[in-house]
Design a protein around this ligand. Structure first.
Ligand SMILES: *Cc1c(COP(=O)(O)O)cnc(C)c1O
Length: 466
């Protein structure tokens, strides 16, 4: 067989490709071994294509397809996305974005050494928990505070330290699954305490708790049902009543609040979300909540309460397993300072989104539509609702103006458009409802707007040309 008859032989060798100036440029960018692997893969693809009748690609083509592969491979697997869903605390999309200042704090603390566990005044070993304890005392009114890597860990730690081997009384209406497999009864079992359910799903009175107390009782637990709502004929027992009963019997009350809302949610047109400060004032001995739900900070679990209770947690062996890291602490301290300085609403992204006025969102939507029109994309405004998400304030919504692209006026199927928007270098997550692709400006950061307009322009027009 001559060379002309066998196009496989026209393919350059991997060494030739590596030696070429383009090959050397890729090596400088990605390392020899990664480029070698990518070139082998391009050559293998070319051979397969040739065997099924394609012509032999040039060296330029092979190097360029290797570069495409390298670029795709080297994209971070965990990467930013633009949230156009209107779900503010979107657990799948990483919950709360951090404030600019919180990010700077992480950068400062993590790019070098820090006083994480070093007390600078005496020059000796210190505790990592002191960095946020004073702020948490001030903001919640609690005697002391300690932090873990998330609220699930906080619940596990609290129950293990305070009730292992003993009984914990909880209302049947609060034996909830939070999501992501976090079921209150399972966590209680894991903490080695025995669950004593009282009341019914919709009604639990203080008398129900009282009747369930025994020699074995350690704790009364109240869990904020977070992601679901029991409506109609309901009755839950207040923390005040639980605390009065528990303290009369020498027992403790623990309150898992879930979200950790420090602001008054009613000021933003939302239902009342119980706050840690209310729970502490009502007499709870231990209150725990998340760092990245309505607090708007990093993933963390925050425990505030009575001094002796926090001291017990601090010395529990589980504490070491669930401890918070320095980057989280830096972000958490800075987030808490926004509350201390009464600037949460303007500095913390989720509160800025919650506080955004309907007029402002309407203006942004109108503006997007005008910019899209210039790119030949037809969109219209549609009244809709943003949700809080993250298992916070179930059923609560904020009126918003959506940007809608209708199926009938979009040159490619909406599912395909949504997919292409997701698969762009900067993903944009949208939703489709009743033949329209919807984008909610509320959850799109203002600096991301040009990217959204650009992406819609490119993808819709690319669709039109196919
Ligand atoms: C979300 C939630 C948790 C878990 O908190 P994470 O910070 O996600 O670990 C626990 N309890 C309640 C009531 C919650 O809403």
């Amino acid at each position: 067989m001559t060379i002309e008859q066998n196009p496989l032989r026209l393919l350059p060798s991997v060494d030739e490709l590596l030696q070429s100036s383009e090959g050397q440029r890729l090596i400088a960018l990605y390392s020899r071994s990664l480029v070698l692997r990518a070139l082998r893969s391009s050559l293998a693809h070319a051979r397969t294509a040739i065997r099924s009748g394609a012509t032999s690609p040039s060296s330029v083509d092979l190097l360029s397809s290797a570069e495409d592969l390298l670029q795709r491979e080297q994209q971070p697997h965990l990467r930013p996305v633009i949230n156009a869903t209107g779900v503010i605390i979107n657990t799948n999309l990483g919950r709360a974005p951090l404030s600019y200042e919180a990010l700077q704090a992480v950068q400062r603390v993590a790019s070098g050494y820090s006083n994480l566990e070093y007390d600078l005044e005496p020059g000796e070993r210190g505790s990592r928990h002191v960095h946020v304890a004073a702020l948490l005392r001030e903001l919640t009114g609690a005697e002391d505070a300690i932090v873990t890597n998330n609220n699930a860990a906080a619940v596990l730690l609290g129950l293990s330290a305070l009730a292992m081997g003993r009984e914990v009384v909880i209302s049947r209406g609060q034996l909830v699954e939070i999501g992501g497999g976090f079921r209150v009864p399972d966590v209680m079992r894991q903490s080695g305490c025995r669950l004593v359910e009282v009341g019914t799903t919709n009604r639990t009175r203080i008398g129900d708790y009282e009747a369930a107390l025994s020699e074995q009782t350690a704790l009364l637990l109240a869990v904020h049902p977070s992601n679901f709502l029991i409506t109609g004929f309901t009755e839950a027992t207040s923390i005040e009543a639980l605390a009065a009963l528990a303290h009369k019997r020498g027992l403790l009350v623990m309150n898992d609040l879930g979200s950790g809302c420090l602001l008054n949610s009613e000021r933003y047109g939302l239902a009342h979300e119980p706050t840690p400060q209310e729970s502490i004032a009502a007499g709870a001995d231990l209150v725990c909540f998340s760092g990245d739900k309505l607090l708007g900070g990093p993933q963390a679990g925050i425990l505030v309460g009575k001094r002796e209770v926090i001291a017990q947690l601090a010395k529990h062996p589980l504490m070491r397993a669930v401890r918070i890291d320095k980057m989280t602490l830096a972000a958490l301290e800075t987030t808490l300072r926004h509350y201390q300085r009464a600037e949460a609403e303007t500095h913390i992204p989720i509160w800025r989104m919650i506080a955004a006025s309907s007029e402002r969102i309407n203006r942004r939507a109108t503006n997007w539509i005008a910019q899209l029109q210039e790119k030949g994309v037809v969109a219209r405004r549609q009244q809709g609702a943003s949700t809080i998400g993250g298992g916070s304030l179930p059923g609560e919504t904020l009126p918003t103006t959506l940007v809608a692209l209708d199926d009938a006026r979009t040159p490619l199927p909406l599912e395909e458009l949504a997919r292409r928007l997701r698969l762009r270098r900067t993903s944009i997550i949208t939703r489709i409802l009743r033949n329209s692709l919807l984008l909610d400006p509320r959850t799109v950061l203002e600096e991301q707007e040009p990217e959204v307009i650009q992406a819609l322009g490119e993808e819709v027009n690319r669709g039109a040309s196919i």
